[in-house]
Design a protein around this ligand. Structure first.
Ligand SMILES: Cc1cc2nc3c(=O)[nH]c(=O)nc-3n(C[C@H](O)[C@H](O)[C@H](O)COP(=O)(O)OP(=O)(O)OC[C@H]3O[C@@H](n4cnc5c(N)ncnc54)[C@H](O)[C@@H]3O)c2cc1C
Length: 458
């Protein structure tokens, strides 16, 4: 599908010939991280600044050509790849990370800067960027704002929206909005940054963000705690949430997933005697929280074993049993991914019953469960199911999402709706909610060129 010559000329005029890719190098921009979503694009355009983003969108709008903004392409819901022949707008060149304002504990980063590069800049200044997740090295600031990325520290610090003090973005209308001065209190009119955060590239293209930083702690301790069952683990986390004010993270993994990770990495299991359920818990503070964590772990019932580490190498040895889940599951096969939140009271029941719900829809399926148990956010990954069978997708998706909603949960916790869940949005949002979202979409992107297949769908 070649690019229309006049469109090509105009795009090259904006970004220069080196930054319009319409040869074989497009391939890596056309397939998502999971390998499940593969599209085709006539061109990848790589603007170098906000003015170039605005000019590219202007050209595309005049030519009636749809655009998929793309950051690190680590999204898991088919929102970052050109499934309907869109032009890919790669923001990776906008990767500047500004000076840290130590007094305000803030920095401004370009949309293409990786989350890890923001973390590193914060650490060099003696501070910390609180958003953290496994894809930190590739996921970008723009992508994490667009998806309102969560991760492992939401429990203590909130997700990306909670760190966002302002954005610069080009709306679908062509208007540039920019509030990067980092005023902590500013309720002058609508919170445009808040609206753009989580809008998955459907309302505007984020080009920079002003981010809040938090105190870096001198002491961090990580423990992997083994339990006999999920209800005991969930009860323990609920207790720690209220008793441990240094608690940063509480992540759940199950025995089959831990064995898979150990097999893929070629490392041993965490304990001589395997347990059905593990919670990875992390606490940090200016004072060493190890004793408080030990007391908190000792105070809950059902603990079968504990491994503790407070040095970097030991902590990352424990974390790999959680962080390597996503990539280890990919070695089994291309997964169907469901990223859902449940009320805490319904979490254990959901985890017990969802494998049967999956099997009833797809008897050959294997269900893997893990996630951010402290937030009620469970990742349901399903392997052993064809990924190129739309009829099966439909049955499986409907079964899982209806079960989630029946349990009082929601169908997207932190990955977004993308194209994968657009069909199911009405299951957990009312007609009024959807009408308000559509009104926003037509106000911000009246020509419908920004990610038309994502979130609200066509
Ligand atoms: C191993 C692994 C672990 C993960 N763990 C987590 C986790 O714990 N928590 C979590 O929340 N997510 C997690 N993710 C998902 C993913 O990393 C996040 O959604 C991340 O925020 C995506 O960033 P990105 O730069 O890769 O965006 P992309 O994948 O490139 O894009 C994601 C969406 O944002 C849009 N977009 C991208 N950049 C912009 C921009 N500048 N302006 C407007 N729209 C834009 C895209 O069109 C797309 O709809 C994980 C992914 C992997 C592979």
């Amino acid at each position: 599908m070649p690019l229309d010559p006049s469109l090509r000329r105009e795009l090259v005029d904006v970004v220069g010939p080196a930054h319009l890719i319409d040869d074989d190098r497009r391939a890596s921009y056309e397939i998502d991280w999971t390998g499940r979503f593969r599209g085709a694009t006539p061109a990848v355009v790589r603007p170098g600044g906000t003015d170039e983003v605005a000019a590219v969108l202007d050209v595309c709008r005049r030519h009636g050509v749809a655009v998929v903004p793309q950051g690190g392409n680590t999204g898991l819901v088919g929102g970052s790849v050109p499934l309907a022949g869109e032009v890919v707008l790669s923001l990776r060149r906008l990767d500047a990370v500004g000076e840290v304002d130590r007094e305000a504990a803030q920095l401004t980063a370009g949309a293409g800067a990786s989350v890890e590069s923001v973390q590193q800049a914060a650490a060099r200044a003696g501070l910390r960027y609180a958003v953290d997740f496994g894809a930190r090295g590739s996921a970008t600031v723009g992508g994490s704002v667009a998806t309102d990325a969560g991760g492992i520290n939401v429990l203590r610090w909130g997700g990306t929206r909670a760190q966002l003090l302002g954005v610069e973005a080009v709306l679908g209308t062509g208007d540039v909005v920019s509030r990067l001065q980092g005023l902590v209190k500013d309720n002058t009119g609508y919170d445009l940054a808040g609206v753009l955060c989580g809008s998955e590239g459907t309302l505007g293209v984020v080009t920079a963000a002003r981010l809040r930083l938090v105190a870096a702690h001198e002491h961090t301790v990580t423990a992997l705690v083994a339990f006999a069952d999920v209800p005991a683990a969930v009860r323990a986390v609920a207790t720690w949430r209220s008793s441990l004010d240094t608690l940063d993270a509480a992540e759940i993994v199950l025995d089959p997933g831990v064995r898979l990770v150990a097999g893929v990495l070629g490392c041993g299991l965490p304990f001589d005697r395997p347990a059905p359920v593990y919670v990875l818990v992390e606490a940090s503070g200016h004072d060493d929280p190890t004793d408080d964590l030990a007391v908190a772990v000792g105070a809950v019932v059902g603990v079968l074993g504990v491994a503790v580490a407070s040095d970097a190498a030991g902590r990352s040895r424990l974390w790999r049993y959680r962080e390597e889940h996503t990539s280890s599951i990919n070695t089994v096969g291309v997964p169907h991914k469901y990223d859902v939140t449940l009320p805490i009271a319904a979490l254990a029941g959901f985890m017990a019953d969802v494998p049967a719900v999956v099997r009833a829809a797809a008897p050959s399926a294997t269900t893997w469960l893990f996630g951010h148990v402290g937030d009620g956010n469970i990742h349901v990954n399903v392997t052993g199911v064809a990924v190129d069978d739309p009829a099966l997708d439909e049955v499986l998706d409907e079964a899982v999402y209806r079960f989630v909603v029946a349990c009082g949960g929601c169908i997207s916790a932190e990955h977004g709706i993308g194209t994968a869940k657009a069909r199911w949005l009405s299951l957990d949002r009312s007609a009024g909610d959807l009408a308000a979202m559509r009104a926003l979409k037509s106000a911000f992107d009246p020509a419908g060129i920004l990610n038309p297949a994502v979130l609200l769908g066509q």
